[in-house]
Write a protein that binds this ligand. Structure first.
Ligand code: HEM
Length: 129
C-alpha cells in the first residue's frame, strides 16, 4: 500500500471522526434519542481504531515514533485528551452546560492535533501565541 494512499486513508478517518463527533454533540444538545442508537455508538469506535491503525502504519513507514519524535508524542497525547474530553462531552458531563464546554474543548483539541500534523511541530497552532 503506498504511503500517500495510507495518508489519505488516515485523513479520511480524521474527517469522519470530527464530523461524527460534531453531529453527536448537536444530538446531545438537542436531547436526541439518536445518541443511543447502536450504530451511532459503534461506528466511532470502528472509525477511530482504523484512524489509529493507519497512523501506526504511517509512523512505521516514516520511521518516526511517538515518545521519540515530539510531534508524534503530541499527537498521541492530543488523541488521548480528545477521547477523554469527548467522553465527558457526550455522556459523563453532569449538566448540559458542562457537556457543551467539554464538547468545545474536544473540538479545539482536535484542531490542535491537525495543526501539529500540518506543521510537524508539537506546539501546533500554539506556536502562534
Ligand atoms: C485525532 C487524531 C489525529 C488527527 C486529527 C490527525 C490528523 C492528521 C492530518 C490532517 C494529517 C495530514 C498532514 C499532512 O497533510 O501532511 C496526518 C498525518 C499523519 N499522522 Fe495523524 N492525526 C491524528 C492522529 C495521529 C496519531 C495518534 C499519530 C501517531 C501515531 C498520527 C500520525 C500521523 C503520521 C505519521 C502522518 C503522516 C505525516 C506526513 O507524511 O507528512 N496521527 N494526521
Amino acid at each position: 500500500m503506498s504511503y500517500q494512499f495510507l495518508k489519505h486513508l488516515h485523513m479520511t478517518f480524521v474527517v469522519i471522526s470530527i464530523t461524527g463527533f460534531f453531529l453527536r454533540g448537536v444530538w446531545m444538545l438537542a436531547d436526541s434519542p439518536m445518541l443511543d442508537r447502536l450504530w451511532v455508538r459503534a461506528v466511532p469506535h470502528v472509525n477511530d481504531t482504523l484512524l489509529l491503525l493507519a497512523a501506526i502504519f504511517l509512523a512505521v513507514r516514516l520511521r518516526q515514533y511517538p515518545f521519540v519524535d515530539g510531534w508524534l508524542t503530541a499527537k498521541v497525547l492530543g488523541l488521548v485528551a480528545y477521547i477523554l474530553l469527548g467522553m465527558f462531552a457526550l455522556r459523563r458531563g453532569r449538566s448540559k452546560a458542562v457537556r457543551t464546554a467539554f464538547w468545545l474543548a474536544a473540538m479545539a483539541t482536535f484542531g490542535y492535533i491537525v495543526s501539529v500534523a500540518l506543521t510537524k511541530d508539537p506546539r501546533g497552532f500554539l506556536a502562534l501565541l
